[in-house]
Design a protein around this ligand. Sequence first.
Ligand code: SF4
Ligand code: SF4
Length: 303
Amino acid sequence: MKQQSLIFDIKKYAINDGPGIRLTVFFKGCNLSCEWCHNPESISPKVQKMYTASKCIGAVKCIENCPNDALKMTSEGIVTDYNVCNFCGICAEVCPAKAFEMLGKFMPVEELMKVIDNEAAFFDQSGGGVSFSGGEPLMHADYLLQILKACGKRYYHRVVDTTAFAKTETLLEVAKHTELFLIDLKVMDDKKHKRYTGVSNKKIHKNITELAKTDVEIIFRIPLIKGVNDSNDNIIATAEFMNSLDGSRKVINLLPYHKVAENKHKKLGTPENFILFEAPEENRIEEIIQLFDQYGIKASVGG
Ligand code: SF4
Ligand code: SF4
């Protein structure tokens, strides 16, 4: 059987996932479940379905064609009974208004490489390349390695955006075929990390320490959230951790929280999973940049 993986999106002309103009491939499935995740559709490793009520024109083609009688019309629009829906995708195919959208497509290596090759002219002109994000790309390690090696043969610049929550051997193997890693340092306090992401950060920190012993480039990121990780204690602990690493690991991007996930949870039918957070105020973000600077670390918003 051909090797394939579940991909939920491929973004062309991406400019925030590494240098230059990039093609970003989003894998489906994540072994963390961050309460603030702005891609909640990436967490489940299975195909999912999104429904946008505002697009629905009431054509009811979906209801007529659903083989499992999983759909019914309500005052809120079409509602799916997930006890009987088998994610066959027929409702998305027949809906003339595209109100249903299937999330996740199994793509063989060869098919993804064709998509990547089609963008190669932009990589050359802009100093860009291919970025692998998610979800968690390392959950698809065998497939990822095949793609990374194929990209390497073509001299495409390769970025892996990862939680680093994986087997150390896997991470180090992937590092041999990657130019740049983007890694979040979400919360340094382990209890808080477990509470907000579902996993301990001990393995993540051990893996980052090992990765830093190689010569691969690493840019750290913080999804900056008021009351979760914007305290002086957390910023100082983050800076001290970065300064404890081998090599020059002195760049961190601050990604202030935004509420984009609220709408996605509604479309996924999981509004109960949405927890509202806030970004720190602008003057607090400026203080955080200054604090990192005192530790010799260049912090900036975005990236
Ligand atoms: S690691 Fe990223 S993709 Fe996974 S749950 Fe957290 S924010 Fe979402
Ligand atoms: S995905 Fe298939 S089973 Fe589920 S609601 Fe749509 S048509 Fe019915």
